[in-house]
Design a protein around this ligand. Sequence first.
Ligand code: MLT
Length: 402
Amino acid sequence: MSFINENFLELQDSYLFSTIAKKVAKYTKENPDKKIIKLGIGDVTKPIVPACLEAMHKAVEEMGTAEEFKGYGPEQGYEFLRKAIVENDYKPRGIEIEQDEIFVSDGAKCDCGNIVDIFAQNNKVAITDPVYPVYLDTNIMSGRSITYLPVTEENNFIPELPKEKVDMIYLCFPNNPTGTVLKKQNLKKWVDYAKENQSIILYDAAYEAFITEEDIPHSIYEIEGARDVAIEFKSYSKTAGFTGVRCAYVVVPKSLKGYTKIKEEVSLNKLWNRRTCTKFNGVSYIVQKAAEATYSEEGKRQIKENIKSYLENARIIKQGLEEAQFTVYGGVNSPYIWLKVPEGMTSWEFFDKLLEEVNIVGTPGSGFGLHGEGYFRLTAFGTKENSMEAIERIKRFSNKLK
Ligand code: MLT
């Protein structure tokens, strides 16, 4: 008899975005002639940028020759990419990160989920609410106790420090799903808290490239002392068109310490390296060559263009919703727009109505947690044409509600 991990029974039946996909598939089957605009899951619509595509083609050719063929690569990522990350993502911001503190991976979703392996089950975990479901679900799977930190309009989307001591803290800024940001002084409070309590911050910076305003940290390591308390997750998905390519990285500074039961210090970098070597054989050479090309002059320019046009979609959606009298957050330093649903409706009711009446798919706020109830998320990752069309449809819909 094989016994199961009963923590899985504590999870909701289906992962949020799978539930939505199923609902949309059912509606599409029953209404095949409807033109649905999908602004739900944050999947990009712009293809892989040309600089990366070219690098991939070249790498494919190399792999077809006996001289250039590569088999298993380093589990942590090729040196050429780790070096490019240090030189481009960290050095220009005055942040000292060494190559062996970087681990290249197949996606920030996997990293955020896998990182729990190196932490004890009895750690207390703080998670903002609403939240990207991966942090919550993976900690439920491993049976940890969770403290929820509300982020709502009442606290201006700035999470308050927990009243009790927590050991692991998930922060994602620019935030998914609310699209809001933390200023340096606010993030510093978290770094100070973590230092005081010997906690670890798991900082998801997957959306940092969308920051447009000053005084908003692009990396947690811009905050003094963060090297001693924070792991950072970064992704190529939303910038270079990599959602289907799969490449990301995690930074685990060598100064980061965890503790054994008898309070002996252990290097988290060492543990993560050990875990990576055992469970992962590295990202493919072809994909890492593509990721390296994001740092070429051409690559940088092309990615900037992508981000500019997604942010333009965000502006169109935000402005259109405001014209239709919705209360709207996010969309300025983020590809996500977080709106309040009309009075008297739940997030899922609003989801159903939008789908059925104007054929638009978004994400119900309550799917991201209890404090997401009453809100709804739209993404700016669609095409400009669809973003504009969606706003016209929502305006028509909201006029009917009046
Ligand atoms: C989202 O829609 O929240 C993201 O696309 C999910 C992800 O990156 O896994």
